[in-house]
Design a protein around this ligand. Structure first.
Ligand code: DON
Length: 585
């Protein structure tokens, strides 16, 4: 008994280093007239100016997204896909799924070589890597339903940025230089980049050669022309007009799969959100083809059933419970989740409180569970390293009336497939890698081969992107989301826990240390310096494999002050060019 008490006391002590103490309380950038938080300062300013011109949250979100396709080319895009959730001031909410789909010629084993192994090089770059892009259709769909300003007015700021040029930040100059010159890994191997693709180098290289430097102006003439066509002629020019022609021609010329038919038949989908409740808060999040909403609600249900709130925040005991919830939700993600237009996913069961109760019954009080034991029904042989990259972007918008838009979109890896379609300035995604590429192989390194997410023509690849809106008693609380591949769901979980279970301000919740467990590989990664040596020792003694890593995610958010109702834009400074930009006056 005494021993148990000692264990619990130790587990109750603070395990994580406190956030930096400041004498002034920083809540973020306040606004009663609307706010946009984005990892691109220039794009946040575009969104804010649209709010200032009488646009609503969706107008601003669409304008921010198009601007990011110019100012943040590693992840902002018109050649990729993503998700947007919109919540109206009356509390109703809907989602837009503009995830890419597999081309008509895609097959379940298209990325396997003659030996049956995944050919990673064909997933990471080149003409076979992209799915059919969804961004332009998705943004147009959201705008058609909710936009107040004319379409042209929300696309034109991006046209101007690309055509007149914009000033490179230090971070973007350095990213572009690695893209153009190529990257080599520690073993001297060439990593994916634009180097093998002349049209890409022509579009994004410095005219006349040499390195880009901070402060240089980059002009993207072809991209400006493409965006101008979208602004003037609408989304059909992308899917059925000359832009579709250029994509299909380039694909045919380089062994790619996307055809005019694939583009003409692409459809964005409006879907009902996944909703959950957590300690009286309403959680509004994304259904499949994102896995994020289901997994997030599962984790919150488990943590509520475990009464997380009675634990000390950042204690070893709280970390233990959160990691065990993460482990179990990610296992369900691997078992069940895929595109619901193609496979049956038991969403209602997975997101039920009863399922959470069943899941937590296997959590031990002071010992790590075994991922292998819990998931032995889906584990198979084979040891292929999982290789999901970490490049995506999230932005959040709230307008003066309290309408909220939360949007995560991506090219998958940084600069996607690294392919620029000749004459368009547009970078295509490499999203096909989000499918289960080796059917039947699910292993301890994190490779998943379960049937729900196997490639099929027209199917959406499973995503982890988790835009989310939190409300309570009908009032907006927080708008958030993050990049980060599979870590996204856990990053969003931490932010949600911060403002709900732990009663933090939005700023504190975004700044707080994050950690990640994804069922497989069976290890917990913590942000560097987040965990004390004592806590590491205690967690290791409980059986956890602990890895320290760099920053996790970039949760560009808006938090509503519970007393004053003022919106606070919160730039997550884990991304160097982030900004919360105030709209209107
Ligand atoms: O949809 C997904 O889950 C991934 N393609 C997202 C990739 C990602 O987040 C990389 N980002 N930082």
């Amino acid at each position: 008994m005494k021993k148990m008490t000692v264990v619990l006391v130790i587990l109750g002590l603070l395990a994580l280093a406190p956030a930096a103490v400041s004498t002034q309380i920083d809540l973020g950038v306040p606004s009663k007239t609307g706010i946009v938080a984005s990892s691109s300062d220039l794009a946040a300013d575009v969104g804010a100016s649209v709010l200032g011109r009488g646009g609503n949250a969706v107008d601003a979100a669409v304008a921010t997204a198009f601007a990011m396709a110019v100012t943040s080319p590693s992840n902002g895009n018109i050649g990729g896909g993503g998700f947007m959730i919109v919540r109206l001031p009356d509390g109703t909410a809907t989602t837009f799924d503009y995830r890419e789909v597999a081309p008509g010629k895609a097959t379940p084993t298209m990325y396997l070589n003659a030996q049956g192994e995944i050919e990673v090089s064909r997933i990471h770059q080149g003409y076979v890597a992209p799915g059919v892009p969804g961004t332009v259709r998705g943004l147009a769909m959201a705008h058609k339903k909710f936009g107040r300003l004319p379409w042209k007015d929300v696309v034109m700021p991006a046209v101007a940025l690309a055509g007149k040029g914009f000033t490179l930040s230090k971070s973007l100059a350095s990213q572009l230089n690695s893209e153009i010159k190529g990257r080599t890994d520690n073993n001297g191997r060439q990593g994916p980049s634009m180097k093998p693709f002349p049209a890409s180098v022509a579009a994004y290289g410095k005219p006349g050669g040499g390195d880009w430097a901070e402060g240089d102006t980059i002009v993207l003439g072809d991209l400006s022309k493409t965006l101008a066509a979208i602004a003037t002629d609408g989304p059909d020019v992308f899917y059925k007009g000359w832009i579709a022609d250029r994509i299909a021609e380039d694909m045919a010329a380089h062994g790619g799969l996307i055809t005019k038919q694939d583009l003409a038949t692409y459809a964005a989908k409006e879907r009902a959100p996944i909703t959950g409740s957590f300690y009286g808060y309403d959680i509004i999040t994304m259904p499949p083809s994102s896995s994020g909403g289901v997994a997030l609600v599962e984790m919150l249900n488990m943590l509520e059933a475990l009464n997380l709130q009675k634990e000390t925040r950042q204690s070893v005991r709280a970390i233990h419970l959160i990691v065990e919830a993460q482990r179990r939700a990610y296992l369900d993600r691997a078992r069940f989740l895929g595109d619901t237009d193609f496979v049956q996913v038991p969403i209602d069961r997975l997101t039920s409180k009863a399922h959470a109760k069943a899941l937590i019954s296997t959590i031990l009080p002071d010992k790590a569970s075994s991922s292998e034991e819990l998931g032995k029904d889906i584990l198979s042989s084979g040891k292929l390293p999982a290789d999901e990259p970490l490049e995506t972007t999230h932005f959040s918008v709230v307008d003066k009336d309290g309408m909220a838009a939360t949007n995560t979109f991506t090219l998958e890896g940084g600069f996607g497939s690294h392919v620029v379609i000749k004459g368009t300035g547009m970078i295509l995604n490499n999203e096909m890698g989000d499918f289960n590429r080796k059917p039947g192989t699910t292993n301890t390194t994190g490779t998943i081969g379960t049937p729900a997410n196997v490639i099929a023509p027209g199917k959406r690849m499973l995503s982890s992107m988790t835009p989310v809106i939190i409300a309570k008693n009908g009032k907006l609380v927080m708008v958030t989301g993050s990049p980060g591949g599979r870590t996204i769901i856990n990053t969003v979980l931490h932010v949600v826990l911060g403002v709900t279970a732990w009663n933090l301000t939005g700023r504190e919740a975004v700044d707080a240390p994050r950690w990640d467990h994804e069922w497989m590989p069976d290890r917990v990664t913590f942000e560097n310096n987040a965990l004390s040596d004592t806590a590491v020792a205690q967690l290791k003694a409980m059986g956890y494999d602990i890895v320290m890593r760099g920053e996790q995610g970039s949760a560009q958010s808006v938090w509503m002050h519970p007393q004053t109702g003022t919106a606070f834009g919160i730039a997550d400074m884990r991304s160097p060019d982030s900004k919360a930009s105030k709209g209107g006056s």
